[in-house]
Design a protein around this ligand. Sequence first.
Ligand code: ADP
Length: 526
Amino acid sequence: MSAKKANLSGELKKYFGFSTFKGQQEQIIENLLNGKDIFVLMPTGGGKSLCYQLPALISEGTAIVVSPLIALMKNQVDAVNGLSSDSGVAHVLNSSLNKTQTKQVFDDIKSGKTKLLYVAPESLIKEDYLDFLKEVKISFFAIDEAHCISEWGHDFRPEYRNLKSIIDKIADVPVIALTATATPKVQDDIQKTLGMTNALVFKESFNRPNLYYEVRPKVNVDKEIVKFINQNKGKSGIVYCLSRRKVEEFAQLLQVNGINALPYHAGLDQKVRVANQDKFLMEEVDVIVATIAFGMGIDKPDVRFVIHYDFPKSLESYYQETGRAGRDGGEGYCLAFYDPKDIEKLEKFLAQKPVSEREIGLQLLNEVVGYAETSMSRRQYILYYFGENFDPVNGDGAKMCDNSSNPPKLKDATEDLKKVLQLIKDTGEKFKAKDLISIIAGKETAVTKSYKLEQSSYFGFGKEEKDNHWKTILRQATVQNFLQKDIETYGVLKIAEKGKLVLDGKLEHSFLIAEDREFDLTQTKA
Ligand code: ADP
C-alpha cells in the first residue's frame, strides 16, 4: 500500500471520523488528487459529497463546488464547517451576501482559509467574481447534481450549460462531476457538455434491494391510500401529488381520517413549509403529503413508504422520489397509482411547449407508461433504464416487486397487433389513439363521420373485446416501439420501423400483454 493511501485513511478519520471508505470513494479521491477529471454516478446516499470534500480539505487552494440550490449549499457548508476544529473552511458565494460579507469571503479565499467555495452557476458568471477567482489558487471544480446540465435529466437548469466556458476562464484544474441520475443519455450529455469525455467514470449500482415496488390502477385511490397508511400506522412516509391543490386536499383528507399528516409545497408560506418539514424530520408527524418541491437534500433514514398519488413525468423523478424510502437499509415500500388518463393530461400540457422540449417530454412519459404497465421485474426495468443489467431471478432484491412476487398472466396479442398496424397503415397514419379506438369499437364520432369511416370494412372489427384491450394494445405497441407518437401533433400514431417490419412479415415477434392488469377501469365501467 502506498504511503498516500495510508495517509488518505488517516485524513478520513481525522476529518470525518470514519474508519473506512464507502464504495469507490478512495479511488475517486486518489485520482482526483492526481489531476484526473472524474465522473461519479452514485445513487443518493452513496457518499458523493465526501469525494470532493475530503480532497478539498487536504489540497492547497480553494475547491469551487457548483451546486444548484442555495438551501442545499447552506446545509453542506454547515456540515463541512462542523467537521474541522478550524471552523470556517467552507463558504458560500452568492447574491444573498452583502458587500461586507462578500469581501470577507474574498479575504478568506486569498488567505488560504477557504477550502470549499459553494456557488450557484448563475453567480459564477458575475464579472467581479470571475475576475477575482481568476487570480486565486483553485484546487479543482466539483459539479454537484451534474444532471442539471442535461435536458434529459429530471431537473434541467439552463445556467448549467455554460459551465464549461466559465471553468475554462477561471483555471485549468481537474473537474469532478457528480450525479445520482445515470441514464446513458444523461451521462453522455454531461460528459460532452463539460468537455470531459475522457474523464474516469466511477459508476455504482443503482439497485436498492430493500425497496419494494408496486403499481396499482388508480381506482378508489383515496381509500386505498388511507387503508395502506392505517396498516402502517406510526411509520414515516411521503405521499407525492402533482398539484399543490391536491396536496392540500389530500393532507386534509388524511387528517380527517385520523392520520397524522401535513402538506408541503412551494406555494405554502416559507415558515409553514419549514415547520412542516421539521415536524416530519423530528417525527412529530408521520406522513408528509407533498409536491416534488419536497425531498431534495432531505436525509431522513427511516422513511418506510413513498406513495405516488400521481405518477411523475419521468422515471428518473420516480427513482429519485422512491429513493427517499429505506435509506437506512430497512423496509421501503414504493407504491404508485397509475391511470393512463393522467399521462394524457401531462401530454396535453406538453403540447404548449417548444418542439424539442415536447419531444423529450413525450419520450420520458413513454418510459413511465412502459414501467407502469410492464409485466417484467420492475427492478429490472428501472435498472435497465439506468443502463444496468439485472438478473430478475437471482439478483439482489429479485422478488421485491409486485410483478415478481405475483406474476401477471400474459396473453399473446400478436394477431391483434398486426390488425391494428394494418388499420393505421390503411387509414393513412392520421389518427390519435382515441379515434382509432372509436374505429375499432365501431363507435360513431365527429371524426369517424367526417372521414366516412362507418362504411369501411374496419369499422367495428374489434367490438367483441373491451375498449381497454385495444387501448392496452395501442399503448404497449407504442412502448415497445412498434408505433410512435407524432411530435408535432403530439398524439397521432404512426408506424415505427419495427412496426413496418412486422407488417412486411420480416419480423416474427410475439407481442405479450398482461391482460389482467386493467388500468383504465373507470372507462370500462362508464
Ligand atoms: P449523496 O450525496 O451521495 O446522497 P452523502 O454524501 O449525503 O450521499 O452521504 C450519505 C451518507 O453517508 C452521509 O450520512 C455520510 O455521512 C455517509 N458517509 C459518506 N461516506 C462515508 C464513509 N466513508 N463511511 C461512513 N459513512 C459515510
